[in-house]
Design a protein around this ligand. Structure first.
Ligand SMILES: [Zn+2]
Length: 295
């Protein structure tokens, strides 16, 4: 059975970089965002941009790996998405109680999704021969249940990034530019709350099964950060050395594709800095959030 590495993160935190770097390691196989599997099969939800195709440019059913997985276990009825709206309570409400309530409410659905996901991951591992399978579904509660369903071989990596950087990147990604200060204020608040909730969920996973990773370290100290992650997983670094660039990969991942770009250097994205330098009130608010809304 393969080891499973589940990535918990917000959007816009560098998960594509992490997936790409892991995908360059011998023995690692990325399934992409397993959460999006049914969307890919049914052509629904996010994925229109890449035609809901696997990163090998084939339809999932026609892909050399996913197609074989589908023939063996019939993917159409399997659930890989824990649907929920839990994103954490308001700023001054305690988060631990909200996590307890969410786990209790979602436990049956959560374990079903975890069992179906594990069936798929096992089959994907068998077909691809990967020693470590990476599922970058991102959702913290889903990762918690996946860990619970198979604590001996599921490991969780929690990828983090600073609140202002995520907020700036999200706003720019969605609107094609940063809007009003009020909008940034709202984004900063919601990013802080979401990340605080994800943190509190990951808190429920034992230390030995989780690893926290910061986007800034991954982008600026890539080799030592990857080495620490490999040590945590009990995996050896490749004899050829650790990745130094983002590379096109021949992978079979779904949900946005780590392989659709050319070889390029790893660059730490700090585009938000000039914006916050020229907006001191928002910058102070972001600092306050980082200090008081522990994420
Ligand atoms: Zn494929």
């Amino acid at each position: 059975m393969s080891q499973i590495l589940y990535i918990v993160s917000d959007r816009r935190t560098g998960s594509t970089l992490l997936e790409n770097l892991l995908g360059q390691l011998e023995g690692f196989g990325s399934v992409g965002e397993l959460r999006m599997l049914q969307g890919h099969l049914k052509h629904e939800g996010p994925g229109e941009k890449w035609g809901w195709k696997c990163s090998c440019a084939q339809e999932v059913r026609a892909c050399a790996v996913w197609g074989v997985v589908h023939q063996t276990i019939q993917l159409d009825e399997l659930r890989t998405r824990l649907d929920h709206r839990e994103s954490g309570p308001a700023l001054f409400e305690p988060v631990a109680k909200a996590v307890d309530a969410a786990i209790a409410k979602l436990s049956i659905a959560g374990m079903e999704v975890a069992q179906d996901s594990l069936r798929i991951l096992d089959e994907f591992g068998r077909v691809s021969g990967a020693r470590v399978l990476v599922d970058s579904s991102k959702d913290a509660l889903q990762g918690y249940f996946l860990y619970k369903a198979r604590p001996d071989s599921v490991r969780v990596v929690h990828l983090k990034r600073s609140i202002p950087e995520i907020a700036y990147s999200k706003i720019g990604h969605r609107k094609g530019g940063v809007g009003s200060s009020l909008q940034m204020f709202q984004y900063l608040t919601s990013v802080a709350l979401q990340n605080r909730f994800a943190d509190a969920v990951v808190d429920r996973i034992p230390e030995a099964a989780k690893f926290a990773l910061h986007y800034r370290d991954l982008a600026t100290e890539t080799a030592s950060t990857l080495q620490a992650l490999l040590d945590f997983l009990g995996q050896k670094a490749p004899a050829t050395g650790l990745p130094t660039h983002m590379e096109p990969l021949s992978s079979h991942s779904i949900g946005g594709t780590p392989s659709r770009f050319e070889r390029r250097p790893i660059v730490y994205d700090d585009k938000s800095k000039p914006y916050f330098d020229s907006h001191p009130l928002l910058s102070a608010y972001a600092r306050w959030l980082e200090k008081n809304v522990k994420v």
